[in-house]
Every structure is written in structure tokens, then in C-alpha cells.
Design a protein around this ligand. Structure first.
Ligand SMILES: Cc1cc2nc3c(=O)[nH]c(=O)nc-3n(C[C@H](O)[C@H](O)[C@H](O)COP(=O)(O)O)c2cc1C
Length: 194
């Protein structure tokens, strides 16, 4: 049936965005202070579909400096923290949005756990990120490295909180509206939305 829809779509000259609308979209994200969560929810509002937050078997400390120290060690030893979140239907999805904050100028270890644990081969993978203003670092490159058999599209990056300085959730009010405009532009550019 789906093949028929895609076939009809191709013969009637549907745009990529329209054919993307027929695909099954999954959004997975990691968020500690809700900025990446806010972007994930904007994406969900604009493309719909399933939204899942990654949770750990053993959460990071509440203390920021302790968390930084733990993350640095985990990166040094390539430790993959076990996930509490279990996803049993990833094979049913064609497109997977993958959202994470920058930690230590890298992809956070829990998102590495997710990409190691779940096979996204032959799927379209679309990364997004929030950070304290220093950018995504090596995060999007790591998505490509951990998804060698996926089609990885251009990622979206926006400034979020600065937990180090006590600035936590910022993607609200005016900033949320600006973020929504930016996200929509990006979704159009990568042809996930008309
Ligand atoms: C452990 C840790 C390390 C971080 N390292 C960086 C970093 O290297 N560069 C950066 O720009 N922001 C860094 N940040 C800030 C977060 O990327 C930023 O606050 C982000 O918006 C948080 O997203 P969240 O609210 O979804 O958790 C770090 C935050 C934490 C908790």
C-alpha cells in the first residue's frame, strides 16, 4: 500500500516535502535543562509523529561541575551509559530526528549509547542541537560516524542555556517564537516541510 502511495506520488510529481509527509518520523532527544526538549517539541509540532526522551538507568548528578567531570571521564574511556529508555519499534520508522545538547564540545555519551544500540541503517537521520553558544563541536560529525549507512541530513543548531553560569531553560517566550521560525526555515531547506 505504502509502495503504491510512493508510486503515485512519484508519477504525479510530488515534491520531496510531500513525499516526506508520508514517511514515518521518529524524534529522539536528550535534554537536561529542557532546551533541546523545546526544539524537539517544535519539530514534533511541525512534522508530527513520535517523540521520545532518552533517560538513563543511572542519571547524572544534579551538580553541574560533577556532571562535567563525569562526562569528561566517560568520553576518555568511551563509556556508553546504559539507557533506561527502550524503543522496540525503531525499525518501523524511515526518518529519525536525533537531538542533543553539546557537552564537552561533543555529543553527550547517552546519545552515543542510543546510536550504538539502535540500527539506523538505510534511514534518514536528522540531527539537532542546543549549546551554550560554542556550537555543536564534533556532535554532528559523530552522528555521521555512528550512522555510516544512514542518509544524514544537515543539522540544526541553536543557542540554549548556559548551565555553568546558572542560565537553565531559555527557549521560551520570544526566544521560543524565534526558535520556531528558525526550525521551520531549516525544515523547509532540508525538504521535510513545505
Ligand atoms: C555537562 C555539560 C557540558 C556542557 N558542555 C558544553 C560545551 O562544551 N559547549 C557548549 O556550548 N555548551 C555546553 N554545555 C551547555 C549546554 O549545551 C546548553 O546549556 C544546552 O542548551 C543544554 O541543553 P538542554 O537544556 O537540552 O539540556 C554543557 C552542559 C552540560 C550539562
Amino acid at each position: 500500500m505504502l509502495g503504491l502511495i510512493f508510486g503515485l506520488c512519484a508519477s504525479s510529481g510530488c515534491s520531496n516535502a510531500q513525499s516526506m509527509a508520508l514517511k514515518k518520523i521518529f524524534i529522539v532527544y536528550l535534554s537536561r535543562t529542557n532546551n533541546t526538549k523545546a526544539i524537539a517539541e517544535i519539530i514534533q509540532r511541525n512534522v508530527g509523529r513520535t517523540l521520545v526522551a532518552l533517560e538513563l538507568e543511572k542519571p547524572y548528578p544534579e551538580n553541574y561541575q560533577q556532571t562535567v567531570q563525569q562526562v569528561v571521564k566517560e568520553n576518555e574511556t568511551s563509556y556508553l551509559p546504559p539507557l533506561k529508555t527502550k524503543i522496540d519499534s525503531i525499525q518501523n520508522y524511515d526518518v529519525v530526528f536525533v537531538g542533543f545538547p553539546t557537552w564537552d564540545m561533543k555529543m553527550p555519551p547517552p546519545m552515543k549509547s542510543f546510536l550504538h544500540q539502535y540500527d539506523l541503517s538505510n534511514k534518514t537521520v536528522i540531527p539537532f542541537n542546543t549549546n551554550a553558544g560554542y556550537g555543536v563541536g564534533s556532535g554532528f560529525q559523530t552522528v555521521k560516524e555512528l550512522c555510516p549507512d544512514s542518509k544524514v541530513l544537515e543539522g540544526f543548531c541553536i543557542t540554549g542555556g548556559v548551565e555553568r553560569d546558572g542560565v537553565y531553560f531559555v527557549i521560551k517566550d520570544e526566544k521560543a517564537k524565534e526558535a520556531e521560525t528558525e526550525v521551520k526555515k531549516w525544515l523547509q531547506k532540508i525538504k521535510v516541510r513545505e
